[in-house]
Design a protein around this ligand. Structure first.
Ligand code: RP5
Length: 164
């Protein structure tokens, strides 16, 4: 059963969201995915969030560009954690979306990741779920171990080029 709900303002956001979706799959997590817009189809946003809570969704990821109100609107309908992903596709290259998402009014929080930070949104969602899931926490620890190993390998390669 999916525990994560991913919602994006347009299918044009998918290239940013997809790495996060793949990261969730790699961690053994499934997600419901929906295109719905805070401005163009607000009823669909509300129905997804309220219905999703009933289906067992525990964390929401919301990605949007430009006047990016989607994560805030999602957060207005739920007390579940909401992670906002600012998307860079606009003329302002995502700074508009970043400020729209991060400047939530006190009382309705959205955890905002970097511009185009789809993968980190997924990892943050996984960390939240891992608070109550020891097997998932172990998979996250393994992800970190492999990641650190990759950094070590890059350093060894650089040292070999510099000194070899
Ligand atoms: C936002 O407007 C969407 O999240 C997307 O990032 C942007 C452009 O949407 P499209 O014109 O590609 O549908 O609401």
């Amino acid at each position: 059963m999916a525990e994560i709900g991913i919602i994006m303002g347009s299918d044009s956001d998918w290239p940013i969201v997809e790495p996060g979706w793949r990261q969730l799959q790699a961690l053994g997590l499934s997600a419901e995915v929906l295109v719905a817009s805070a401005h163009r189809s607000p009823e669909a946003v509300r129905d997804f969030v309220l219905g999703g809570e009933g289906r067992g969704l525990k964390v929401f990821i919301a990605a949007a560009g430009a006047a990016a109100h989607l994560p805030g609107v999602v957060a207005s309908f739920t007390r579940r954690p909401v992670i906002g992903v600012p998307v860079s596709g606009s003329a302002l290259k995502g700074l508009d979306a970043l400020l729209s998402i991060v400047q939530m009014p006190p009382g309705i929080p959205v955890a905002t990741v970097a511009i185009d930070g789809g993968q980190n949104a997924a990892l943050l969602a996984a960390s939240i779920l891992a608070l109550n899931d020891q097997a998932l926490d172990r998979r996250l620890a393994e992800f970190r171990r492999v990641q650190a190993e990759g950094v070590r390998a890059k350093n060894e390669s650089l040292q070999a080029r510099l000194n070899g």
